[in-house]
Design a protein around this ligand. Structure first.
Ligand code: SAM
Length: 404
């Protein structure tokens, strides 16, 4: 799909992205026989695809096939420009991760109010809405009208979220929700710091933006300082953790996929301090070195926080990739007395033990002045070209060099 979208963007490089997106929506609706003519919202959205775009429309119609609405979300992601990805951390979450998080946070008997404070084009919320429909038997009009709330700093993403919510409702129920949803274009770190948002939601979900301090816009950099977890060169996702805990009602649950660096990094100290201070139960599914997103190099984890009684329990599981989401085992650690200035390491007791032993040594490498590394002065003995990857080859070559 990626190379097909790249080809299309090359061919139609003079066409604005919102027009290309709308053309994809139009093709999606037509290929899936979704009747949208009664929706004023969708009709007015599609007006941007004019007669002059007939070739674009035809090209998309002939080259792309759609299964689920998530395919459209995938296209929207591929059409994002790299500047937006860098400044706003716009990366959408793979379906199985959304599904896992949603199934573990929407567990209430009463219908919960679900919020995504950095919702992008609403992909997480859309999956949550499908889940609410299945679990509580509501219509999309009711769900989007009363139980789903999204915020994002980018107005274009919010528009796409509205379009997707309408398409979902049209496709599954034959009616559109029009403007009947709570989606807001705001800087969440500014807006949701207000008192009125405290203790307001039952569930917070999302994939908060991963943006390094040096790539943040000035206005965002300022708003980051409103959160006490922020210290030093913070990454944007860190204050989104505090934000989630604060807007949750007591007994609410948060589920994020985010970088796992807050467990160990210096700029995660503030967050570690905050989490130990509250003592809410936490569950971390750590992907450690497995890359869960194509095209980005962050190491990530799923983190769930249960805002309730302080237990200081942290359930930790180390995963080897997406398939392990079905089979993993938690080990519970009590973090009450964990030092927040040190790295938190869980999961591999052998490696943890070695690190603890190294860290407890009285002398550190930095205590010594090192001028020269190790010099063998016999490079021809140590460097050799490998002909074949077998132990005999290595032995033979080494012996060959040794003989006079
Ligand atoms: C990784 S995307 C998440 C998209 C969506 N939650 C998902 O998982 O598919 C991060 C989103 O955060 C938004 N964002 C970045 N800074 C923000 C801020 N200060 N307030 C609100 N949203 C922000 C970006 O515009 C982007 O859409």
């Amino acid at each position: 799909m990626k190379s097909d979208v790249q080809k299309l963007m090359q061919k139609f490089k003079d066409t604005d992205i919102p027009i290309i997106e709308a053309a994809f929506v139009k093709v999606y609706l037509q290929k899936k026989n979704i009747f949208f003519e009664n929706s004023r919202f969708i009709c007015s959205y599609l007006e941007r695809v004019a007669d002059r775009d007939a070739e674009l429309y035809r090209y998309i119609f002939d080259s792309f096939h759609f299964g689920q609405i998530d395919d459209l979300i995938g296209i929207f992601e591929l059409l994002l420009n790299s500047e937006n990805k860098k400044m706003n951390g716009m990366i959408y979450t793979p379906y199985h991760i959304k599904k896992y998080i949603i199934e573990h946070v929407i567990v209430q008997n009463e219908i919960p109010k679900v919020v995504d404070p950095a919702c992008g084009c609403g992909s997480f919320l859309l999956t949550a809405a499908q889940f609410l429909k299945e679990r509580y038997g509501l219509s999309y009009k009711e769900i989007f009208g009363s139980y789903i709330v999204g915020f994002d700093i980018d107005g274009h993403s919010i528009e796409k979220a509205k379009v997707l919510f309408n398409i979902l409702s049209l496709e599954e129920e034959g009616t559109s929700i029009e403007e009947g949803c709570e989606l807001h274009t705001v800087n969440s770190l500014q807006e949701l710091s207000k008192k009125t948002y405290k203790n307001r939601y039952d569930v917070v979900i999302g994939n908060p933006p991963y943006v390094r301090a040096k790539n943040m816009e000035k206005q965002v950099k300022e708003s980051v300082k409103l959160w006490s977890v922020v210290s030093g060169n913070v990454d944007l996702y860190i204050p989104f953790y505090q934000l989630a805990v604060e807007i949750l009602k007591l007994d609410g649950v948060m589920g994020y996929i985010s970088p796992n660096t807050f467990l160990q990094s210096v700029n995660g100290r503030g967050l570690r301090n905050y989490l130990v201070g509250r003592g809410y139960k936490i569950a971390v599914l750590d992907f450690r070195e497995t890359k869960m997103f194509q095209d980005i190099s962050h190491y990530t984890c799923i983190c769930l926080i249960f805002k309730g009684k302080s237990t200081y329990d942290l359930d930790y599981a180390l995963l080897n990739g997406e398939s392990s989401l079905d089979k993993y085992e938690f080990t519970t650690y009590n973090i009450k007395n964990y030092p927040v200035n040190k790295e938190w390491r869980f999961g591999n007791s052998r490696i943890d033990d070695i690190i603890r032993r190294i860290e407890s040594q009285p002398h550190r490498l930095e205590d010594y002045k090192i001028r020269n590394g190790l010099a063998t002065l016999k490079n021809d003995l140590y460097f050799f070209r490998l002909r074949e990857w077998t132990t005999t080859t290595i032995t033979e070559r080494t012996e060959e060099r040794r003989s006079p």
